[in-house]
Design a binder for this molecule. Sequence first.
Ligand SMILES: [Zn+2]
Length: 140
Amino acid sequence: MINVSKLKKGIVLDHITAGHGYRVFRQLGLDKLSDVVVLMTNVDSERMGKKDLIKIETDLPLDFDVLGLLDPGITVSYVENGVCVRKAHLVLPEKVTGILRCKNPRCISQTEDVEPITFHLVDARTKEYACEYCDARTHL
Ligand SMILES: [Zn+2]
């Protein structure tokens, strides 16, 4: 018997869109693990109504790009001794202002004194953002 509610050590993938759990499970190759993996579907959620949840009783390197592409709303919690020690969110911001710099030498932002540039997310998987002035792409 495993205790589903109390995980001693491992990873919890929470807030998976209801019905997506099995796909996430397969995409991450969890069916090939020899450790205990629990897939729960249609769990009641205050925020989402219903959600899926995966508990993995081991530490394993997760492909966050795959996860983010599958379902950017997933919350990843790392558990040690029954306590969540770290949480990771997959959601990339739709736009970032003042963090990225445009690399295009012909961009107006290189010569003019413009407001902090806003970049818009164009590809969440590759974390590519586009400059608001020239549309040149850059990575986060
Ligand atoms: Zn630019």
